[in-house]
Design a protein around this ligand. Sequence first.
Ligand code: GAR
Length: 209
Amino acid sequence: MVRVVVCVSGGGTNLQAILDGVADGSIRQTQIVGVISNNPGVMALTRAEKAGVPGYAICPADYADREAFHQALLDKLAELSPDLIVLAGFLVRIPEEMIRRYERRILNIHPSLIPSYCGVGYYGLKVHEGCLARGSKITGATVHFVDAGMDSGPILLQKAVEVHPDDTPKILQRRVMEEAEWVLLPKAIDAFACGNIDWIDGKPWIREN
Ligand code: GAR
């Protein structure tokens, strides 16, 4: 079984899609060994508890400085010993040491078609606000491996979603989640866990089986 830790910050609907996928067998070879949140009391931790998965709140405010927070995060990860870390709406910058230690083993979901509406300042609802302000007709979601940059790591999966004329940021966010995010993230984890990812010229491709 592949040991997976999911990092979250809020609602945890992507976490729920993962938990459901493991429960119904569509995500194979996978055990969710822990959920880490940088915010206490969030719905994502309730979802973990309901699924019988240990949840941990590691909050920057509880530590003297950023370095101490990063160390606490690294220590918890070391304890959980994951094969794969999934950033499912984890809205904090992760430590460089974590990126080094888990190279090609951290996946992030971003709610746009990277390289559109990504990088500094584009997270959560802000991504959809940017998309509507620009008048894009197509958006979507991306699952990528994490590197040292912001939303710059190797792209694994993308799915397009239509923008409608009467969309609000919240309506568009929901459509992107339903049509793209909750489909892509479980698929990416299943592919990783089943060893179905080939790296070709530094780029990951899913081998369908
Ligand atoms: C999701 O839309 C995810 O793609 C986004 O935060 C939301 C979390 O929702 N992540 C980012 O913007 C990362 N840059 P959730 O807690 O309901 O899964």
